[in-house]
Design a protein around this ligand. Structure first.
Ligand code: SF4
Length: 389
């Protein structure tokens, strides 16, 4: 079993993340925020697909007001409970201050709090570093005050690709720079008595994202407060490789107990991100949202056409969320390798199969054509059957 590293619980509207709350699934809509109608439709689609927190871009002050309209329209449509997050661009502290009234969380990027553009090799003096820190503190104090007044949480979202020039000068383009960037903003929040913080350290390269999140998790262990971590591999791309990249990055950290909320960033319709998130969580045993099918890859010993049977068993039973069902090709290794499934469908040869309940072979030599009907009958007998929706 995975032992999660303990973090503070942080409330994001109707949902709490961190602590031992279920790892939350989130995504971001791609519509123009000024197109309120399209944004509302997109958020409803994500809500219905199982997305638990939705982010909306907020590039300017006008869009902060569009968020208020989006929220009101969602409420009118019966989707007022979905937590909304405003993504703030630039060092937009005025936008953050305004939009915090209309959303459950704001996301700021410390890398964008930059006050003086510099030439690539230009050095920072101690005085310049101090001056920039003071300015950040001043602006952040305004944002924190607004968040506190409105009960709005804040994600300090650091991206490897947009570290501030000051951080790059001090730490280089490194995971340490990402962590220090987040800690600097956390320190400001804590100095102002604000703790409703979520942190993300994203990179498009998995090893960097892993290193940064492991490092901040270690640093949290040395501090009084450990904040929930939002995991993601940013700019993962599309298709199979994007899913694998995200799964490796997010899944590796979750397996180490690191992470409280996840987003799989795909260059596709955001709806495509949701099942990948749930599959990662299910594979790690962190959330169970569908039947766990265990099927052997088949081999020369296989006693029936496994690739045909698996989809048939799935079609008949996939609505029974919570069950583990195994489909194994032979009795030589099948029963032993069903990974403690609740039920097993195992090939015996000569057109016969056996049905197992756990490790017990309860129906022997059933004609293969009747196999699924017998499996369903056994699940019914055990009182674990529900009619498909
Ligand atoms: Fe082959 Fe049997 Fe293992 Fe399936 S369970 S891969 S049929 S040995």
């Amino acid at each position: 079993m995975i032992k999660r590293k303990l973090t503070r619980e942080v409330r994001i509207g109707s949902r709490t993340i961190g602590g031992d709350t279920p790892i939350a699934v989130q995504s971001m809509i791609v519509e123009d925020t000024s197109d309120v109608k399209s944004c509302v439709e997109a958020i409803i689609r994500l809500d219905e697909a199982g997305c638990e927190i939705v982010r909306v871009t907020t590039p300017n002050l006008k869009d902060a007001h569009h968020l208020a309209e989006i929220r009101a329209a969602l409420k009118a449509r019966g989707h007022g409970q979905i937590p909304l997050v405003a993504d703030i661009h630039h060092n937009g502290y005025k936008i953050a201050r305004e939009v915090s009234r209309h959303v459950d969380k704001i996301r700021i990027n410390p890398g964008l709090f930059v006050f003086k553009r510099r030439l690539p090799d230009q050095e920072y003096t101690e005085a310049e570093i101090r001056e920039e820190r003071e300015k950040i503190h001043e602006q952040m104090t305004e944002v924190i005050k607004a968040c506190k007044n409105n009960g709005t949480a804040m994600r300090i979202g650091v991206n490897h690709g947009s570290l501030s020039e000051r951080m790059m000068f001090i730490h280089g383009d490194t995971p340490e720079g990402m962590v220090e960037s987040a800690l600097e903003f956390i320190d400001i929040c804590e100095s102002e008595g604000f703790y409703d913080i979520v942190v993300s350290l994203k990179a498009s390269r998995v090893p960097i994202m892993l290193a940064a999140n492991r490092l901040i998790s270690e640093r949290f262990a040395e501090r009084i407060n450990a904040y929930p971590l939002h995991l993601g591999v940013t700019e993962a791309g599309d298709g199979q490789y994007a899913r694998i990249k995200s799964t490796v990055g997010i899944g590796t950290l979750l397996a180490e107990g690191i992470g409280d909320t996840i987003r799989v960033s795909l260059a596709e319709d955001p709806l495509e991100e949701i099942p990948v998130c749930y599959d990662i969580l299910q594979a790690l045993g962190l959330r169970k949202t569908k039947v766990e099918f265990i099927a052997c890859p088949s081999c020369g010993r296989t006693k029936f056409n496994l690739t045909e049977v698996v989809p048939k068993v799935r079609a008949a039973t996939e609505h029974l969320v919570g069950l583990d069902i195994a489909i194994m090709g032979c009795i030589v290794n099948g029963p032993g390798e069903m990974a403690d499934a609740d039920y097993g469908y195992v090939g015996k040869g000569l057109g016969r199969i056996s049905i197992y309940r756990g490790h017990e072979e309860v129906l022997k030599n059933v004609p293969e054509d009747d196999g699924i009907a017998h499996l369903i009958a056994l699940i019914k007998e055990d009182g674990r059957w529900e009619e498909p929706p």
